[in-house]
Design a protein around this ligand. Structure first.
Ligand code: 1GP
Length: 247
């Protein structure tokens, strides 16, 4: 079954949780263990990527291979450049950082990567990526040359999401930045969901460390919650977060 169909089917039953694994943060075997644990806790997919460090080539391939050995969950690439494409994955977030100031992250890396998406027969999941203002500039914001969405301007997030919908994108990822102290505000999530309705899946990630915070994002309108750092820091917390999203 195509990964997008699987996601849509699962979403009909309730909000989803995706686990982000950065190949730079652990050895491939450990990534496999992490994926198995997340699957056991009820996570719905594994995203693989990172905006900084060793997240491409052999390390990327071996990490995905170990994840696939350890779990049955779909593996979706979450690339920060055309270098982060692997034939071992099932699908790829084919994403454009819509609030980047650089054509590199709007379309140039995508053009380079498109050739490999076809060659490797990866399923492209068309997605808008929006980076929010946080307590400090995050790695994703710095690398992606983003003009962060102001936290107190939900209407700007809604307008970009609407534009993405008119471009035909199927998902919008509201990014607080990995490890950020401040996550995406519920007002922005609500404004985006109100703008795009059922035509787009709203994904929210970055700085989510507590079950109540994850639940607050779901109540605001998030279809999918992404966590990365918490699985490295506190595995019990990951279990509680997934439980809160699904309850
Ligand atoms: C980063 O949104 C993801 O792209 C996950 O962030 O590592 O803070 O959970 P965390």
């Amino acid at each position: 079954m195509p990964v997008f169909t699987d996601i849509q089917n699962k979403r009909k039953k309730g909000p989803l949780h995706f686990t982000l694994i950065d190949p730079d943060k652990q050895e491939p075997a450990e990534a496999g263990k992490l994926a198995k644990m997340a699957e056991g806790f009820g996570s719905d997919a594994i995203m693989v990527g990172g905006s900084w460090g060793d997240a491409f080539g052999n390390k990327l391939n071996q990490t995905i291979t170990e994840i696939k050995k350890a779990s049955k969950l779909p593996v979706i690439l979450f690339p920060s450049s055309a270098q982060q494409i692997s034939d071992k994955a099932d699908a790829i977030f084919f994403m454009s950082l819509l609030n980047s100031r650089s054509t590199q992250y709007l379309i140039d890396e995508q053009a380079k990567g498109a050739v490999y998406v076809r060659k490797f027969d990866l399923e492209p999941l068309s997605m808008a990526y929006l980076i929010f203002e946080s307590d400090s500039n995050t790695a994703a914001g710095w690398v992606g040359d983003a003009k962060p969405i102001p936290r107190d301007k939900p209407e700007i997030a809604a307008a970009y999401s609407l534009a993405a919908m008119y471009f035909g994108m199927k998902m919008v990822y509201l990014e607080g930045g990995s490890g950020a102290k401040l996550s995406v505000p519920p007002e922005a999530i609500g404004a985006v969901k109100h703008a795009v309705g059922k035509d787009m899946l709203v994904i929210v990630g970055g700085g989510i460390r507590e079950p109540e915070v994850a639940k607050e994002k779901v109540r605001a309108g998030a279809d999918i919650i992404v966590t990365g750092t918490i699985a490295e820091e506190n595995r019990d917390k990951l279990k509680e977060i997934i439980k809160a999203i699904k309850s």
